[in-house]
Design a protein around this ligand. Structure first.
Ligand code: HEM
Ligand SMILES: *[C@@H]1O[C@H](CO)[C@@H](O)[C@H](O)[C@H]1NC(C)=O
Ligand SMILES: *[C@@H]1O[C@H](CO)[C@@H](O)[C@H](O)[C@H]1NC(C)=O
Ligand SMILES: *[C@@H]1O[C@H](CO)[C@@H](O)[C@H](O)[C@H]1NC(C)=O
Length: 503
């Protein structure tokens, strides 16, 4: 019996191999098991596991995740072939289980297939929130939120501060205010319950949102309901949907738009929700509640965690090498001085700070595999044939940490970016992805990250809570979190309280 099974296995593997060669598919690990394919090779975190497979089989590898083909690319050239030459072919997203419910039946901006509807959503996101013009209009929100964080930190005394929480709350307040005109975290704010609800939504969303839901690849498990995952996802969807609905209802009844500047600036500072609801007046068919809810959700979720985690990684890396912190501060002191706080117009002049941010996003890309793409038709990558309907994972983590492209890749060294301002070095570095499906929020993210880090460095002396280095191991999740939340201590500099009282 055992022998027969082993024989069958050997025959299966060899037959698979031959077929593979004949069809000129990309290389695959030898042992393709029946039913599960290569799932037995995958460990968490997925990006590390895939890097290992690519080291053995080359930068263009075809894996079988159960019933689905997955193309993994891990070199700049291969990434360019997928995201530039075959940009449109790969502009689709796979229909993964989590996205069916959470993505409103694959109609949300991030999960919608390439086409008219998706193009429309990108346009509305830009018009309502992310264009340079809109970002400028909404800049006072970002400035005032960063200042309240500075004030909060100034009061922390000698206590250690949970910077993961601080960055998350900052980003959530900023995104919530730009989108719905509300803020959640404040001393004595009355809405702690709502804030807690939303934080739970975010945590759960990232837990089920990844590419590693086994039911996506072994459909029979799903049919047998073994995972119970679908119920969990449906429940989460319901929670998210209700939350968003309450924001819309509040906004309709005028409760949500209570920010004082609103009337002073003659309604110019409309929130996203107001933009969407006013668009609805001309096109009620298109801007149904569902479209509005789905767009707000995507932008809230996409913006909050990614930016907050990047700030946490950056701060952690700098605390481990205080000379970097010192150099960034010297630049800020020279460009901005001690008489006023850093603001967004200073950012283009703070080039070392930008190098620090770039180096952070190189070593710790918060979406280490981008978001999965899917091919709409057969195409050619690295000289191999890639069939229609193949899922694409671009291993950004592997590319950006590869010593072949980055000398001394394992060392955090912002200086490697000096003199590179405005230079795009092929596809060696693309923390925001590239091509049609690239991140529409890059501009907003860079402003928030630059402004926040710049302000923290300008106003405080920073220290680790002990002599031990901060542990830079990554945890698991859709966005790459630090396994251990960053705790740090800060002391206001001599001029800080003056600056904060003016601001
Ligand atoms: C440090 C911060 C951020 C990083 C590193 C980041 C990175 C990315 C990456 C890698 C993708 C996927 C690209 C692809 O699939 O090829 C993406 C997609 C996306 N990002 Fe960001 N992002 C950040 C912040 C933001 C912000 C602030 C927003 C908006 C509020 C945003 C909105 C989106 C959306 C809507 C998509 C989906 C686009 C689509 O499918 O068409 N992101 N982002
Ligand atoms: C999802 O969309 C498909 C086709 O696009 C449609 O047949 C189906 O009824 C939709 N399901 C839900 C729950 O809206
Ligand atoms: C930043 O500060 C400078 C100097 O005070 C000022 O000229 C500029 O308008 C400010 N920019 C923003 C966006 O507040
Ligand atoms: C940071 O990286 C981006 C993308 O590679 C590049 O366009 C930019 O010029 C870099 N900035 C600096 C200051 O190195």
């Amino acid at each position: 019996m055992v022998i027969q099974f082993l024989l069958f296995l050997a025959f299966y593997a060899i037959a698979k191999r031959l077929l593979h060669k004949i069809r000129s598919l990309p290389p695959s690990p030898f042992l393709t098991l029946p039913v599960i394919g290569h799932l037995h090779l995958l460990k968490k975190p997925l990006h590390r596991s895939l890097s290992q497979i690519s080291r053995r089989h080359g930068p263009v590898t075809l894996l079988q995740f159960g019933s689905r083909r997955v193309l993994v690319v891990s070199s700049p050239d291969a990434a360019e072939e997928c995201l530039a030459k075959n940009d449109i072919v790969f502009a689709n997203r796979p229909r993964l289980l989590a996205r069916k419910h959470l993505g409103y039946n694959y109609t949300s901006l991030d999960s919608s297939p390439y086409g008219e509807h998706w193009r429309n959503l990108r346009r509305i996101a830009s018009l309502g929130l992310l264009s340079t013009n809109r970002l400028l209009t909404l800049s006072s929100i970002r400035t005032s939120e960063v200042r309240s964080l500075l004030r909060l930190l100034a009061k922390s005394g000698s206590q250690s501060v949970d910077m993961k929480c601080a960055f998350f709350e900052l980003m959530l307040n900023v995104m919530m205010q730009m989108i719905a005109g509300k803020r959640y975290y404040e001393e004595n704010v009355g809405e702690v319950e709502e804030a807690r609800k939303f934080r739970e939504i975010v945590t759960q969303s990232f837990r089920v949102g990844g590419v590693t839901n086994i039911g996506d690849f072994l459909p029979f498990l799903r049919r047998m309901g073994l995972e119970g995952l679908e119920e969990k996802i449906t429940a989460l969807h319901k929670k998210r949907d209700e939350f968003m609905q309450s924001l819309i209802d509040e906004s309709r009844s005028g409760e949500g738009d209570e920010s004082p500047e609103e009337s002073a600036e003659g309604g110019k500072r409309k929130t996203l929700i107001q933009v969407l609801l006013s668009l609805r007046e001309t096109e009620p068919e298109y801007y149904k509640d569902e479209t509005v809810k789905s767009l707000m959700l995507v932008l809230l979720l996409a913006g909050t965690d990614t930016s907050a985690l990047t700030m946490e990684w950056a701060m952690s890396a700098m605390l481990n090498q205080p000379e970097i912190l010192k150099k960034a501060r010297a630049e800020i002191d020279e460009v901005v001085g001690h008489d006023r706080l850093v603001n967004e117009s200073d950012l283009p002049k703070l080039s070392y700070l930008h190098c620090v941010v770039n180096e952070t996003m190189r070593m710790y890309p918060v979406l280490p595999l981008l978001i999965p793409h899917e091919s709409a038709k057969e195409c050619c990558v690295g000289g191999y044939r890639v069939p229609r309907g193949t899922i694409l994972l671009v291993n950004l983590f592997s590319i950006q940490n590869d010593p072949n492209y980055w000398p001394n890749a394992a060392k955090f060294r912002p200086e490697r970016f000096t003199g590179m301002e405005g230079v795009r070095d092929g596809y060696k570095m693309m923390p925001f992805g590239s091509g049609r499906r690239g991140c529409p929020g890059e501009n907003l993210a860079l402003r928030m990250i630059g402004l926040t880090l710049g302000s923290l460095i300008q106003c405080f002396e920073w220290n680790r809570i002990s002599d031990e280095l901060i542990d830079m191991t990554e945890g698991t999740g859709l966005t790459m979190p630090k396994a251990q939340p960053l705790l740090a201590k800060c002391r206001p500099r001599s001029f800080t309280s003056d600056l904060l009282s003016q601001a």
